[in-house]
Design a protein around this ligand. Structure first.
Ligand SMILES: Nc1nc2c(ncn2[C@@H]2O[C@H](COP(=O)(O)OP(=O)(O)O)[C@@H](O)[C@H]2O)c(=O)[nH]1
Ligand SMILES: [Mg+2]
Length: 466
């Protein structure tokens, strides 16, 4: 039989970070977090799910409204049974105790208590009163110190105060918590009350399993991205050779747009795995993918001017059927091909590494087919990989409470992409993979992917431990 779903009420002063703790623990960036105190006036329930299964529930509560009067009542009635239920019964009609009653409700129903304070401020008498109320409830409770800034001078005082009235104390930064931090918190909760253990045990193991599943999925997404992007090309038919030059900008733009779409679809899927609905992670436009690949600079870099292109096209138009191998000074960016149905013998004009090719082919029916891509630059797949890895690292480590939802990754971090730290052997292995992708050797790829996955796994689980 499945243990009951562990449920926790998040209690504390307004504006201390309760909703932030809920957002991060429930992986829900839709939880309302506000710089203005008093936003939460009613209970709000948030499930942490794995697939369709609810594995935990968090109840966000309004802050205490009247801690001192509530404490007085709890003290006066400390001997009574069902203290919390009785408190609600007696106060629920009183407007000035509306929030106090509301936050006690889940506790009366058996939820565990997570009491959240901002550890970067000193303790007040209201805090003392709240801690004492929670102690008198007699329910299992953990204090969470969520410091809103780096000031640590009050932490010891908080800990000392909590020791008197709480079963456990944790420092947990809602905005900076990683997956490991979250698991640590849930593990610590197990020891607060033995009754919680089976449910939490189940939740932790389901979460761990799901985290692994996400990493597997991210790997699949990255492989998919490489398979699509490395073989991606765009072509266009024009009727006259003189139109070739005019058609070029459009074709370039389409090619670029297509690649961007492939990349952003992959990124969106990675983001979805980590349940970020509002997060936007952007990588610089000036990266090789967005600029160098298509700019004039690049065309010049491999010695191909628009004029040459037209000339080549004219040659083809004259019925020669020309294939050009364009040397690219080591690295070339992109291919520009004009390919048609009937082709004569290829005449190599420039010898060089077979990185970039220009083929202009005449189509007998009287038109020309121009094609850009697939991109054969040996660095291109590494760049795609580095960008996807960087993206996944950010998406997986971004706490859902974090209010900064626009991450802009700078150029500098890109230049030091993950792949640059790999060994020559690992990079060499990756190149074998890329080549097999480009040649569509799927059987070979099936054999290569497990080791490829190991290389990527190192990067994707940087802050994740088993
Ligand atoms: N820097 C920082 N800000 C935080 C942290 N936790 C909460 N905040 C901010 O504190 C404010 C109140 O947070 P919220 O979760 O809505 O508090 P609640 O009223 O207790 O639910 C918001 O502006 C949060 O962004 C934290 O760990 N670090
Ligand atoms: Mg709130």
């Amino acid at each position: 039989m499945k243990p009951p779903v562990p449920t926790f009420a998040i209690i504390g002063h307004p504006n201390e970070g309760k909703s932030s703790v809920v957002a991060t623990l429930a992986e829900d960036d839709g939880v309302r977090i506000s710089p203005v105190p008093g936003e939460t006036t009613q209970l709000e329930r948030f499930d942490l799910k794995v697939g369709k299964e609810r594995i935990m529930e968090f109840v966000d509560t309004p802050g205490f409204q009247n801690p001192s009067r509530t404490l007085a009542w709890f003290r006066a009635n400390a001997e009574a049974d069902d203290l919390v239920a009785n408190y609600i019964q007696e106060h629920q009609k009183l407007t000035e105790h509306r929030h106090d009653c509301e936050l006690m409700r889940p506790v009366a129903d058996g939820a565990g208590i997570l009491y959240v304070v901002d550890g970067s401020r000193p303790i007040t008498s209201a805090d003392q009163a709240e801690m004492e109320i929670l102690r008198l409830t007699g329910k299992p409770r953990m204090a969470i110190i969520n410091s809103k800034d780096d000031d640590t001078q009050f932490i010891d005082a908080w800990k000392a105060a909590f020791r008197k009235s709480f079963n456990a104390i944790r420092i947990f930064n809602a905005c900076g918590a990683s997956f490991v931090d979250r698991i640590d918190l849930l593990d610590a909760l197990k020891s607060v009350d033995q009754d919680w253990s089976p449910g939490l045990e189940h939740a932790v193991s389901a979460l761990r399993k799901d985290w692994k599943r996400r990493e597997e999925r991210v790997f699949e997404v990255i492989v998919d991205l490489l398979e699509q992007a490395l073989n991606f090309n765009k072509s266009k038919l024009v009727s006259r050779e003189s139109d070739l030059e005019m058609a070029k900008p459009d074709l370039e733009a389409n090619y670029r747009k297509g690649l961007e779409a492939i990349e952003s679809r992959a990124w969106a899927e990675i983001r979805r795995q980590y349940r970020h609905k509002q997060l936007s992670i952007s990588l610089p436009d000036t990266s090789i993918l967005n600029e160098d690949l298509f700019s004039d600079k690049t065309w010049q870099a491999f010695g191909l001017t628009g004029k040459q292109l037209t000339l080549a096209a004219s040659a083809a138009g004259a019925g020669l059927g020309v294939g050009l191998d364009v040397a690219a000074g080591g690295i070339a960016f992109g291919i520009f091909t004009a390919a048609g149905a009937a082709v004569g013998a290829g005449a190599a004009i420039l010898k060089g590494k077979d990185l970039a090719k220009l083929k202009v082919r005449h189509i007998p029916v009287g038109g020309f087919k121009m094609q850009i891509g697939p991109n054969k630059n040996p660095q291109f797949p590494f760049i795609l990989l580095d960008r996807a890895i960087l993206y996944a690292q950010h998406a997986s480590n971004w706490a859902h409470a974090r209010q900064n939802r626009e991450i802009s990754i700078s150029d500098t971090s890109l230049k030091e992409g993950s792949s640059s730290s790999w060994t020559a052997r690992q990079r060499g292995f990756c190149m074998t993979v890329f080549e097999a992708i480009r040649k569509r050797r799927f059987e070979k790829l099936d054999k290569l992917y497990p080791d490829f996955k190991d290389i990527l796994a190192q990067e994707l689980k940087l802050r994740h431990q088993d």
